[in-house]
Design a protein around this ligand. Structure first.
Ligand SMILES: C[S@@+](CC[C@H](N)C(=O)[O-])C[C@H]1O[C@@H](n2cnc3c(N)ncnc32)[C@H](O)[C@@H]1O
Length: 239
């Protein structure tokens, strides 16, 4: 794996450099701009929002997570439009969201031109923090869309119907990023892609998507703005 498949920079600028239809799929876990019920809670540093204080392992903060919902929506439409342009006809978008940003994410996806196809649920299990008197928010969601109808190459060799719920607990010690996702979850999402797909993650974090793409025989390209995570992703990919 060429670790240069992990590009250090702002995805808004870098996505513009790709030609139309360069990718089969954009699979990404963008900043959610969530993590609280009030504006001041959401404006906290990401390490305060997404990590239990006093945890032994510390992670770098990352930007783009403090927008209010309207600004988050506009920003999401912008990057999803660019993702649309550089994805080929029949290709995919898969974007993570939590319960608070789920409606905003599916709206933004459709405003950007994608056809919204459904959701995959990541069930993080009952090990998640409880909220007393309320249901456990133990799921995150992957909003699935396509650029027009599924490509003919998609309908032929890929005859799978993967489960729409993926249950996996991620141990805090296994994560390489404040909001790191399990590699197996990303591999699960990639089951519907045609062989030898080219996958872009414009918010690559610790490189989980790119690692999963490699494991699944696809080419992965990641863009990440935070230098600490670029370093982590590159060393993960070089291993
Ligand atoms: C939710 S995290 C992704 C974590 C990743 N799924 C993992 O498993 O490691 C989002 C990442 O997007 C990065 N980011 C935020 N704004 C960005 C931008 N404009 N361009 C590139 N990366 C950006 C942040 O630094 C952060 O690492």
């Amino acid at each position: 794996m060429d670790t240069q498949n992990l590009i250090h920079g702002d995805s808004t600028d870098i996505m513009r450099q790709y030609a139309d239809g360069s990718f089969t799929a954009v699979i990404t876990d963008p900043p959610y701009a969530s993590g609280g019920m009030t504006a001041s809670e959401r404006r906290r540093r990401t390490s305060a929002k997404y990590q239990v204080q006093g945890t032994a392992k510390t992670y770098a903060d990352f930007p783009g997570d403090s927008r209010d919902q309207r600004a988050h929506f506009i920003w999401s439409v912008e990057w999803m439009k660019e993702a649309y342009r550089i994805t080929r006809e029949g290709g995919w978008i898969m974007a993570f969201a939590d319960w608070r940003q789920l409606p905003c994410t599916s709206d933004a996806m459709q405003c950007a031109g994608w056809i919204w196809r459904g959701l995959v649920v990541w069930d993080k299990t009952e090990a998640c923090r409880p909220s007393l008197g309320m249901f456990r928010n133990q799921a995150e969601y992957i909003v699935i869309g396509t650029k027009g109808s599924l490509g003919s190459e998609q309908k032929r060799p890929v005859r799978v119907t993967p489960a729409g719920v993926f249950r996996k607990y991620i141990k805090p010690g296994d994560k390489q990023h404040l909001t790191g996702k399990p590699v197996e979850l990303m591999e699960h999402l990639m089951q519907v892609l045609p062989p030898n797909s080219r996958v872009l993650d414009p918010f690559a974090g610790s490189g989980t998507t790119i690692l999963a793409a490699r494991n699944m025989g696809h080419e992965g390209v990641g863009i990440e703005i935070t230098p600490e995570y670029v370093e982590i992703a590159r060393s993960r990919l070089a291993r």
